[in-house]
Design a binder for this molecule. Structure first.
Ligand code: URA
Ligand code: CA
Length: 438
């Protein structure tokens, strides 16, 4: 087999077989196939696309290219969730205790990653003592005793994807649905769950800007699941404004706790309940979504989900008193409100602008070596459609550095447009895609 023949075949719009894809990927990982040939193949895929079976072969080959996590030591169907990434999105911290409190085991591995705030693992490290690094043997034992774990990634998952993603990043081939779908699904499959719920965001603050692209990506991933014998469903959700209110690590933990305590019910709660009920369906815990949803709401009301979160924190060495007293989390030195300069209705709240301001305050990583300041970030107090009076708080800034605070104070208002006319609120969930739809 020659790489050039496989590139030509894809260039001409033909499907590569599993053994041809294996030849390319293995050769690439081992260094026998150079970057320029893999880039040419990626560009051919960008223009020609891939067949569903071909995408599935690529996904499984990438999943098998490194370590895979064996969760067979946990009883029952193991369900996981994945989000394509949004601003003020701390659903994982709600969904994991919610689902676990219904008796469905959740072994959740999360990354750190680059971005406006840290990943779930960074957020959890704001809880004093919390250990994110657990060996599979230990976290599996924890899931069997308390029903859940929230840990950092162990092992090297899907190294072929890591190499290919880095290459795509510099060859203008990231924006290919078959390549994105296989990239995401390879990592989820390597992480060992039987079933996944995918939260595919769409809008100004999302990777998929249009609803059409978000649906195409979701359908492709659900189809991969179907062909690879994993139950997968997807929810297309809005990212035209921050999902919740907090953008920042300790602030997001605090926000999650206040939801689990039943002190707030908003878009973050709504999406968390939606994703959690999909997980209960996939786990076979329930076959009726309304029943699943009622059960989850009862776990919020009776605080069982909160108690589960407390047990999880304790099992991982953290100070579980934070669920009663969030002031035990790191606090920023300066806490300053930014107020509405005029009265009216909120027409837009730009998620990426606010995300970038939080990152500049120190909440996120600019490069992989950035040290995150867990205490800093923003609390966004107004959503699209809300009315505001002059002088009411739009955003509260949490900062540890006077200069950075001043910059954030200058920039925050630009993320809002306030108009005289009433503005409709934004939808939250655009569509649900299950195996039956693909
Ligand atoms: N996220 C991924 O993990 N992979 C992609 O290709 C794009 C986004
Ligand atoms: Ca993972």
């Amino acid at each position: 087999m020659l790489a050039v023949d496989l590139i030509r075949k894809k260039r001409d719009g033909k499907r590569l077989t599993r053994s041809e894809l294996e030849f390319l990927l293995r050769g690439y990982v081992e260094g026998a196939i150079p970057d320029y040939q893999m880039s040419a193949w990626s560009m051919a895929v960008y223009f020609q696309g891939m067949e569903p079976e071909e995408i599935t072969d690529l996904t499984l080959l990438m999943a098998e290219s490194g370590d895979t996590i064996d969760l067979s030591g946990i009883n029952g169907v193991k369900v996981d969730k994945h989000s394509t990434g949004g601003v003020a999105d701390t659903t994982t911290l709600l969904v994991v205790p919610l689902v676990a409190s219904c008796g469905v085991p959740v072994a959740k591995m999360s990354g750190r990653g680059l971005g406006h705030t840290g990943g779930t693992v960074d957020k959890l490290e704001s809880i004093p003592g919390y250990q994110v690094e657990l060996e599979p043997r230990r976290f599996i034992e924890q899931v069997n005793t308390i029903g859940a774990c929230l840990v950092g990634q162990t092992g090297e998952l899907a190294p072929a994807d890591k190499l290919l993603y880095a290459l795509r990043d510099v060859t203008a081939t990231v924006e290919s649905i078959p390549l994105i779908a296989s990239s995401i699904m390879s990592k989820k499959i390597a992480a060992g769950a039987d079933a996944f719920v995918l939260d595919v965001k769409t809008g100004a603050g999302a990777f998929m800007k249009t609803e059409r692209d978000a649906i195409a990506l979701a359908e492709t991933m659900v189809r991969i699941g179907k062909l690879a014998d994993r139950s997968v469903s997807a929810v297309i959700s809005d990212m035209n404004q921050p999902l919740g209110s907090a953008i920042g690590n300790a602030l997001e933990v605090k926000e999650a706790i206040s939801h689990l305590r039943g002190e707030r019910f908003d878009r973050l709660t709504e999406l968390s309940l939606e994703l959690a009920s999909e997980m209960l369906l996939l786990a076979g815990h329930s076959d009726d979504k309304a029943v699943a949803r009622d059960l989850l709401e009862s776990k919020l009301k009776n605080r069982e989900a909160l108690q589960t979160f407390g047990k999880l924190i304790e099992a991982q060495g953290g100070d579980a008193r934070v669920i009663e007293d969030p002031s035990l989390l790191p606090q920023a030195e300066y806490v300053v409100d930014v107020k509405a300069p005029i009265a009216g209705y909120v027409h837009t709240v730009e998620p990426l602008m606010l995300g970038e301001i939080a990152m500049e305050l120190g909440a996120g990583r600019v490069t992989k070596d950035t040290v995150i300041d867990l205490a800093v970030g923003l609390e966004v107090k107004r959503k699209v459609g809300d009315s505001v009076k002059t002088g009411e708080t739009l955003v509260t800034i949490h900062a540890n550095d006077k200069d950075k605070l001043a910059v954030a104070q200058q920039q925050v208002l630009a993320a809002f447009t306030i108009g005289d006319s009433e503005a409709p609120g934004l939808p939250l969930i655009y569509r649900r895609i299950t195996t039956k739809d693909v």
